[in-house]
Design a protein around this ligand. Structure first.
Ligand code: ATP
Length: 233
């Protein structure tokens, strides 16, 4: 589904990603973990096209997309749920969801709204209230549901568990697993490496802009170097 080859990215003269490569196959959850400031968010933003690259390639189903503007990538099936939730606070929950639909008039809109509410029933209960009145966990659910409204083929999730209580973390990650079980392809960025690897098929570890480990999620979870450096064991 997604192939990233030798990708570099910089903020001005500060290079943040150094020839990073990864793949995500159809129907996989791939976890991207690494400490604060490693460049995980920058990698997601470069894939979605919000951040320009300085080198390398990005292929979606074999098609180069690295020169396409972000909106064209949404049209091809890439949706990102941003870190820090970033919902539209004064707008109602339902209007936030409607804004996530790439083609506002398309026929599948009502069905996707129904799917979003089925996945997160609390959003149905709160559909008419301003998004800023939601709790942190509910806002996170809204951000994910809004990304799904574009009917993506590839979902980029940035830190969906950030700042949430353990019970809510479980609820969000269970939702991610059920999306994968329905055929969605997911690249999941998390600082909570053990929680992310526990639900992922494969994982990558980014350290100061370089990929330093990769492998099956289970083998990363049991790797002593991973346990010492990233898993707090
Ligand atoms: P975190 O989990 O803290 O978000 P991260 O792994 O997602 O970490 P990034 O947010 O991608 O890391 O940041 C990578 C590096 O790029 C950091 O050193 C950060 O300070 C720097 N950086 C991020 N955004 C900008 C920006 N807009 N301008 C300049 N430097 C930036």
């Amino acid at each position: 589904m997604l192939t990233v080859e030798g990708l570099s990215s910089a903020y001005g003269r500060i290079v943040v990603l150094h020839e990073v490569s990864l793949t995500v196959a159809q129907g996989e959850i791939v976890a991207l973990v690494g400490s604060n400031g490693a460049g995980k968010t920058t990698l997601l933003r470069t894939i979605s096209g919000v951040q320009p690259l300085t080198g390398g390639r990005i292929l979606l189903k074999g098609r180069p997309i690295e020169r396409m503007p972000a909106h064209a990538r949404v049209g091809l099936g890439i949706a990102q749920s941003p870190e820090g939730r970033q919902v539209f606070g004064p707008l109602s929950v339902e209007d936030n969801l409607r804004l996530g639909a790439f083609r506002r008039q398309d026929a599948g809109l009502a069905e996707r709204l129904a799917q979003a509410y089925a996945m997160f029933p609390i959003l149905w209960e709160k559909r008419a209230i301003p998004a800023m009145s939601l709790s942190g966990g509910q806002q996170q659910m809204l951000a994910i549901a809004r990304a799904l409204m574009a009917a993506p083929k590839l979902l980029l999730l940035d830190e969906p568990s950030l700042g949430l209580a353990p019970l809510l973390v479980d609820q969000i990650l269970n939702a991610v697993v059920s999306l994968r079980d329905q055929g969605m392809t997911i690249l999941l960025v998390e600082q909570n490496a053990s929680a992310a690897l526990a639900i992922a098929d494969r994982g990558y570890v980014l350290e100061t802009g370089k990929m330093v480990h990769q492998g099956a999620a289970q083998s990363l979870l049991t790797d002593p170097r991973m346990q010492a450096a990233y898993l707090g064991l």
